[in-house]
Design a protein around this ligand. Structure first.
Ligand code: G16
Length: 545
């Protein structure tokens, strides 16, 4: 151990921490301007190695800032089954990240002792990165951290975040979940997609066409790589492929969802399906323009509704009694929650923002469909549910209709990346469902009508002054903020609003929905003003929209 610690001392000098800099492990890891992250990456290499020793399993480290602008970067830690790292280790991550240079070894020792890490245990860490120019040197810093602690690493280079999660899960299930290679990932997902597509009758070439906005990021590269495996069952026109535009700039899932408009650089023909990925391809939103040129967004809530409808129908056809639930966050459109609860009669749960929270809640059901409104989500099947489906599909005495449904469910399971929200996997699933159901994007959109809504950002000097409760739907501090929001909401029909500090950007997020767009806009603006005044706003009062 002494020799390892000497090595860490030496290596950490190459990745020094700027004195006084304090960063928190946020909604999805550390995220800030790339210039501040070199020491964080080195230290996360160290932490991942400890986590690997502790769990006796492979751990993942993804270098990405996802939807943030090009100049930012960040890191997401991946636990053995491909899920996000546990809250206790998020705490360690923050402690390690913020230890001053001379206290680093002591901070490491605290973790080793608390977790009783066996330092002679082998460690394996998978590392991936997105296309940001800073990602190459930052992922090298992660690799340096792993090797300083004597861990083994495998550098997957440029991959999407969900691909890295998938690799970690494949590795730790000894290949049961799939082969831990990018090729293996394409093969598994595309084979399942092609099987599903066989159940779509009379699908024309036009109906097989999809326009994809790659956000000028890693998702675009990976869609290109995958195309050959699709055997022409899906024709993709790729836009914002990174050849000229800037990452996430005026494009990508976050831009489209928040601005409620199409990305620049995409060609939209009336009525045709389009979708946008975000910067690390773990989110997807769909949209189309109608014959009058009006833009229609189908966000994560609409995706969750489509998928859960499809699954519920298949369960009925298969005669399987499995409990299905949809997990959302406070951002879920009120209409979607009403539709799911009142019309579809499925269980709906609301958690805090952040995939880790939704994922956890979804694990409590036989089938847990989780989606954030921003398009981040997937479906989880319990082991027992998978087994029941498999038995039915393989039992020779199963009658035809039931067998067909069970086989569809099996292929659905295989097209889904259950480790985390995955734009590529979600896209294939959505495309297959629409084809099987013979449904147009307009018909999908018409399942329910969104309440008009608006999201805004407010700059404050310290966003931690805002504390929330009830799955972030109510603010408990600063004093008077929630009361002010409540009295503003009362002035509008079908209105709702909440505020929360972002865990990925240095802003407070404001959400409002109401009966009309005008009302939603004006409520969002009024709430922004209250935040600005009560929570220490900076840079000038928010202007009306
Ligand atoms: C990350 C998280 C998401 C979250 C989003 C925004 O997404 O994985 O769960 O919704 O940040 O979080 P916040 O509102 O706290 O900034 P991504 O795609 O940026 O990694």
């Amino acid at each position: 151990m002494m020799a390892q610690f000497q090595e860490i001392s030496k290596q950490s000098g190459v990745h020094p921490k700027p004195a006084g800099l304090v960063l928190q492990y946020g909604t999805a890891g550390f995220r800030t301007n790339a210039k501040q992250l070199d020491h964080i990456m080195f230290r996360m290499g160290l932490l991942a190695t400890l986590r690997s020793k502790k769990t006796k399993a492979t751990i993942g480290v993804m270098v990405t800032a996802s939807h943030n602008p090009e100049e930012d970067n960040g890191v997401k830690l991946v636990d053995p089954m491909g899920e996000m790292v546990t809250p206790t280790w998020e705490g360690y991550a923050t402690q390690l990240a913020n230890a001053e240079q001379e206290d680093l070894l002591a901070a490491l020792k605290v973790i080793i002792e608390k977790e009783a890490v066996n330092m002679s245990q082998e460690a394996n860490v998978f590392v991936g990165k997105d296309t940001r120019s800073s990602s190459a040197s930052l992922s090298q810093a992660v690799l340096d951290g792993v090797s300083a602690l004597g861990g083994h690493s495998k550098d997957y280079g440029l991959v999407t975040t969900p691909q890295l999660h998938y690799m970690v899960c494949c590795q730790n299930t000894q290949g049961k979940y799939g082969e831990a290679t990018v090729e293996g990932y394409y093969k598994k997902l595309c084979q399942a997609f092609i099987q599903l597509s066989k159940n779509a009758s009379n699908c024309t070439d036009d109906q097989k066409h999809l326009s994809v906005d790659g956000a000028n990021g890693i998702g675009a590269l990976k869609v290109r790589e995958m195309e050959g495996h699709l055997k022409k069952e899906l024709h993709i026109s790729l836009f914002n492929d990174g050849s000229k535009g800037k990452l996430n700039h005026l494009c990508g899932a976050d831009f489209v969802k928040v601005q409620q408009k199409p990305p620049t650089g995409i060609k939209m023909n009336p009525g045709e399906r389009c979708c946008s990925f975000d910067g690390d391809a773990d989110r997807i939103v769909y949209y189309y323009a109608d014959s009058e040129g009006r833009f229609h967004l189908l966000d994560g809530d609409k995706v969750a509704t489509l998928i859960s409808t499809f699954l519920k129908e298949l369960l009925t056809q298969a005669g399987l009694d499995l409990e299905i639930a949809v997990v959302q966050t406070a951002y879920a459109n009120g209409s979607s929650t009403n539709y799911l609860e009142d019309t579809m009669k499925v269980i709906v749960r609301c958690t805090k923002t952040g995939v880790k929270h939704l994922h956890h809640a979804a694990q409590e059901f036989d089938i847990g469909v989780y989606f954030e409104a921003n398009g981040h989500g997937t479906v989880l099947f319990s082991k027992a549910a998978e087994e029941k489906i498999q038995q039915l599909a393989e039992n020779s005495s199963t009658i035809d209709e039931k067998k067909r449904a069970a086989l569809l469910l099996q292929n659905t399971i295989n097209v889904i990346n259950q480790t985390v929200g995955d734009a590529i996997s979600d896209m294939l699933l959505i495309e297959a469902i629409l084809a099987i159901k013979g449904m147009t994007i307009q018909q999908w959109d018409a399942i329910y009508s969104d309440l008009p809504n608006r999201q805004l950002k407010v700059k404050v000097s310290d966003r931690r002054v805002i504390d929330t409760t009830d799955a972030e739907r109510r603010a408990v501090s600063p004093a008077g903020l929630q009361e002010a929001i409540d009295s503003l909401v009362k002035n509008y029909r079908q209105a709702r609003s909440f505020v929360r500090p972002s865990g990925t950007e240095d802003v407070v997020r404001v959400y409002a929905e109401a009966e009309t767009q005008e009302s939603a806009d004006s409520l969002a603006h009024e709430v922004s003003l209250v935040v600005y005044r009560l929570a220490g706003g900076v840079g000038g009062e928010p202007k009306p929209l």
